[in-house]
Ligand binder design. Sequence first.
Ligand code: SAM
Ligand code: SF4
Length: 495
Amino acid sequence: MGKTFDIGLGRLAGTSVSVSVPLNEAQDPPSKIEGGAPGTGEVKAAGLGDSPCATGAETFYLETFGCQMNEHDSEKVAGVLLARGYKQVESAESASVVLYNTCSIREKAAQKVFSRLGEYRFTQQEGQIIGVLGCVAQQEGEKIFSRAPWVSLVCGSASYRKLPQLLAQLEAGNRRVTGLETDTDETFETEVTRRDNPWRAYLTIIEGCDKACSYCVVPFTRGPERSRTSESILEEVRRLADAGYTEVQLLGQTVNSYADPSARKMRFSELLVAVAEVPGIRRVRFTTSHPRDFGKDIVDAIEAVPAICEHVHLPVQSGSTKVLRAMARTYTRGEYLEKVALLRVAKREISLTTDLIVGFPGETERDFEETLSLLDLAQYDGAFCFKYSPRPNTPSLKMDDAIPEEEKSRRLAILMEKQREIQRGRNERLIGQSFEVMVEGKSKKEHQWSGHTSSNKVMNFTSREQESLGDYVHVKVTAATPNSLVGEKIGMTEG
Ligand code: SAM
Ligand code: SF4
């Protein structure tokens, strides 16, 4: 079966007009465990504290649902357990611990969790521990035990470091354990991370969110904003570069709201430059940027430093100032377009992608038309489009003028079709130009390869040579679709 891995933005959220890159299984990159001696991929035992180690017989199965942050959290959870002697297995049936890392951003995602837990109930082996991690764990807490009594562990993202202790408590005879604090000052840094991709490393630089958009569960499920120190981030990037990673993706729900807690007080734009200057790092990506904290200094950094990728994901959510106000997004349509203008006058062509919600309570036809007209002005290279989904605890739950489901679906279809045509036009403009591409996959078709440009466009290209995954090549664009570019390799790029 082909595995889908690292689709950059494609993993940010469910419904999307962007696509993921399916990889041929034979070409799947091997996982790496980070945290040991640089470059060795060994698991370091020192510094792991007094937390209990597994006897060697314990195994875990980890299933992940949701955004890029969840994917990366799962890499960290796997690292924590592997470092304590657990072995990771490919099926729930053969595991002593089954962990499900969940998402609750939209209702459908949350519903899916309980139907999946229902399936686990029927496959549960004698003595097997079933645990729920992530946003649904944080949101539902101990209620999960009454809805799914076969679950014995519930743990939110701020408590993953405690997983070995929680598992030890279960093994010692406790029937149910929870890790649900969100008021911790710590960001979720682990000593050991098992990374799924040997060239591209994800790194959380800021956890949680303080923005309080009226529709969003993230502030409840991930807690307040906590940033890592710039020193610890740069130290990790140096280790990653030593271990052979060439691309780093800095993650945060509002990555550009990064606030260095150390005396150095590095700004986010300075951090981007510092990461890009680490020897061996060729690409630096960052997601997701909040428009309120997006300034010219970030554009200046992209312009000045080629290793900072020419792509910004800047969710707008709506083109109507009235709706933005109801969403508590803290900017108007005009202010958002001023940020877009900063990007459009940059010397490097910077690709721009966004998130959009249709059918927010009170969204009139006129408001929706303003969103459509914003697409014309912003000329996005990609957009994740969602129907508004009412979520527990959020202020928008109590708002009047709910939009009927059929109307939301109608608006979503119109929006996606319009964006698709914009993307087609934007990609067709690139025919004849050449771009650097990181080789990330081989197609089943002969001589066909795929990867991403610095602007995060998917490039499917022809090369008669045996390419090495993780290499950088120059590709000339010969054709374009709304979701990808098609090209031919014209040479290697210098390392
Ligand atoms: N922090 C990012 C920002 O401010 O843009 C977004 C993070 S959120 C995990 C990803 C996207 O999910 C949001 O940009 C929004 O479009 C969508 N989303 C969040 N809550 C939603 C809801 N209740 N209904 C529909 N879409 C939602
Ligand atoms: Fe949610 Fe808004 Fe925070 Fe993004 S900025 S995570 S949409 S509350």
